[in-house]
Design a protein around this ligand. Structure first.
Ligand code: TMP
Length: 210
């Protein structure tokens, strides 16, 4: 059962290459400077079991349903062991990807049944747990492809063609239109300082940073 919580749950989303990481770190520093206790975590991952599942999801060939079940299994363990306890302690939890990624990657990207994902989401999140804010780093798939080219050895997702990431971006757009109040869409096709300004504005508008 998912208990009442009083922390703050912020998730970060976007296609591979959108450049979330430095901004997650910077936001963590800004929140800590204001005296908040911040937990940084990621999905798939965030617990020893979920990190093992991450290795499989990112590296082993599997069908879309297996992939969906594994990311939700990892999420269940992560919620149970890390997310719920941190929120119950009143912390700020910054999570690099969450359930919107399952809709975007397994749903829109792979074509896995959206309604089954809705059921898994309700099941694993107890029908109540949702991020307070989701910061979506929106970047055109062709720009992301240029950024990823020549980077470290690509994993299973990073080596997908541009058309896959166009579908993934469409999945994020659908999630945002279904719950616009939860999302802040950031134009990630700018220099890092301009992207940070948008992130900073989004968290201030929500009263998260003062
Ligand atoms: P990243 O943490 O380096 O961004 O990589 C995680 C990868 O896993 C990324 O390509 C997106 C993918 N992913 C899914 O396919 N489904 C999910 O539910 C999550 C959380 C991530």
């Amino acid at each position: 059962m998912i208990e009442a919580m009083n922390g703050l749950f912020i998730t970060f989303e976007g296609i591979d290459g959108a450049g979330k990481s430095t901004h997650i770190e910077r936001l963590a520093q800004a929140l800590r400077a204001q005296g908040r206790v911040v937990t940084l975590t990621r999905e798939p991952g965030g617990t020893p079991l979920a990190e093992q599942l991450r290795q499989m999801v990112l590296n082993d060939p599997m069908d879309a349903m297996t992939e969906a079940l594994l990311v939700f299994a990892a999420r269940r363990d992560h919620i149970h062991r890390v997310i719920q306890p941190a929120l119950a302690r009143g912390e700020v939890l910054l999570c690099d990807r969450f359930t919107d990624a399952s809709f975007a990657y397994q749903g829109a990207g792979r074509g896995f049944d959206w309604d089954i994902l809705v059921t898994l989401e309700r099941w694993v999140q107890g029908g109540v747990l949702q991020p307070d804010l989701t910061i979506w780093f929106d970047l055109p798939a062709n720009v992301a492809a240029l950024r990823l080219a020549g980077a470290r050895t690509p994993d299973k997702f990073e080596s997908q063609p541009q058309a896959f990431f166009e579908r993934v971006a469409g999945g994020y757009a659908s999630r945002m239109s279904a719950d616009p109040g939860r999302f802040a869409r950031i134009n990630a096709d700018q220099d890092a300082q301009s992207v940070w300004s948008e992130v900073d504005r989004a968290v201030r508008e929500k009263g998260i940073l003062s």
